[in-house]
Design a binder for this molecule. Sequence first.
Ligand code: ZN
Length: 336
Amino acid sequence: MTELLPWHRSQWSGFVQARQDGRLPHALLLQGRAGLGKQRFGALLIQSLLCERSGFNGLPCAECRGCRQFKAGSHPDLREVVVESGRMAIRVEQVRSLIEFLDLTSQYRGFKIALLVQADRLNAQAANALLKTLEEPAPDSLIVLITDAPARLPATLRSRCHNVRFWTPDRRLAQAWLRETAAVEEQMAAVALSQGGGSPLAALGLLKPDAMAERADLVDRLMDVANGRSDPLAVAADWEKRNPELIFSVLCGWYVDLMRLNVSPGSRPLYHVDRHEQLHSLALAVDSAQLSDCHRSAQQCLELCDTALVKRLMLEQALLRLATLFDDINGRDALA
Ligand SMILES: [Zn+2]
């Protein structure tokens, strides 16, 4: 991938300038919410440093030995560390082996680069080991750390990196990119961008046919629970094996739409534009304070998704709350 995403231009020119001036830092921390393309930016930057003839704009040529080996994942001067499967954190042994690698001489007399995706998953010992290297970096070495959650990294570690921040791009720019990349109509791009919280790559993922169908199915079930057509506990059991992040992000968007329509019935839904009518009648039937409580609780579940071991319980509680919210219109006794 040698394409520079249009909302990364200022970060890219910062990198190119630093390189030209010979003041490239030893460690970069790429931070910002998920779906903004930090990993793509990191990959492009690393490829550019490993490229043997990158152009005036710093972009890699995509053809030289360095570029070919980078693309094949076999460049001898690059090492990537990720959370191993079945584990929750990056272990200290992984970081130690990375440090040994950085201390070796470069195979091609260029940079030695270490990439840590999900840097917020470093365990305490691993973060400490890395900190020592950041204090005394090996010459011609670069450590690239990427995180969606910088606050989870120790402040000492963050302060020893050059921080590169990524922001949600201008909506028109993101929408134009999405239309072209996904080859979809304006309206569809707008809906996906809203559902992806303004993150273009999250929106792109949502435009895949499978993802569209899955979200539509989740919304159907939410509507069924709200209208008393489905048992919330049965739906929770059914959803246990599905992606909780997706479920709670759909649920959060659904509540945001209801809150909007509850406060101002003439407005349009932000996330589920295609469900305007159904949402409108539900929104008029609920109490706004209870609605925002439900939203807050769904938001908390969403934040807990990657650590929660009690998914079934979370789903049951969330769906019971939802069903209870609409008890009045369905004439049910309270469920919980
Ligand atoms: Zn190249």
